[in-house]
Design a protein around this ligand. Sequence first.
Ligand SMILES: *Cc1c(COP(=O)(O)O)cnc(C)c1O
Length: 401
Amino acid sequence: MSATETAIALADEHSAHNYHPLPVVVATAEGAWMTDVEGRRYLDMLAGYSALNFGHGNRRLIEAAKAQLERVTLTSRAFHHDRFAAFCTQLAELCGMEAVLPMNTGAEAVETAVKTARKWGYRVKGVPDGRARIVVASDNFHGRTTTIVSFSTDEEARADFGPYTPGFDIVPYGDLAALRAAVTDDTVAVLLEPIQGEAGVLVPPPGYLAGARELTRERNVLLIADEIQSGLGRTGRTFACEHEGVVPDMYVLGKALGGGVVPVSAVVSSKAVLGVFRPGEHGSTFGGNPLACAVALEVIAMLRTGEFQERATELGEHLHAELGLLTGTGKVTEVRGRGLWAGVDIDPSFGTGREISEKLMDRGVLVKDTHGSTIRIAPPLVISKDDLDWGLAQLRSVLGA
Ligand SMILES: *Cc1c(COP(=O)(O)O)cnc(C)c1O
């Protein structure tokens, strides 16, 4: 057996099969490239679902992590540490907001947003106890906890994990009238992805986010933007909401906030909203730890320059121009996205997303399929234009275009 086959067989034998990875075993990575255990190189066009916006082994992030590893890595929130204030101040500033509640994974940050909204509803809005409701969108992806899968419309993610947490109303994504109809006096929040990532990079119709903003303001409801995947440069802006000039009441951040080095997530909002928490009411042993703060501070510093947003805009225009040409081939039915982020629907008669992904892997390009017939393209924002073009050439070859 090859080194690849051996590693995969052992992983299959000793791990839960909650993923169906492509048969590649990565050993090292740098920038937009990964190298497998047999020395083959692959262009990473997934970037850890946008956790790796700044590329593999980004020197600034690695140096920040190394320096912090030598100082202090964990205090728990029982004590203060000297990276915490800077992290909260600078993240709040990047978001144009006032306060930060740090967690680790995206799902934890979404859970935190749900708890915050409910508590705000009872303590500030005055919703009668136990009646708070949160409106969410169909085809959402907000994480994997029991509460979050309770409001998923993806049966694969949801089935067999009940009993489900009540208190959520699901409306079709992109339908402003349905959103308006779902909001009642008991609604405390509307939770949306500004662009739905896992659903296949679905961009809502123009005016949807702005309409949701207006509606939530009118009805004294929090607008929560889950920018875990869409945020931090991916779409050409720091936040995807900016494309519609929308500022939500709360950002939920994760993935790229930890630079692909450590898990870092956060809820960012106003003092009035995050001020609902008192000591003991919510927390996390690792949330806001010194190592996480040191890495995230470097991520924030890189985003402040605007250079990654600019890159995503420029390369994104090129990516979408090139992908647009594929819709004429008959092999691709639709291309969606914004910035350096695209969902490409493959005509099912030509092949599944998985088959296309495997063929791309054989040509040295790594992408991930989603929902059967879609492949998602989201390379690190540091990818060179030549490498992007090379990756696109492999896609054209696989499609016989
Ligand atoms: C990935 C993702 C999450 C969950 O993040 P985890 O770190 O995997 O828990 C939540 N929301 C969105 C939009 C995501 O893309």
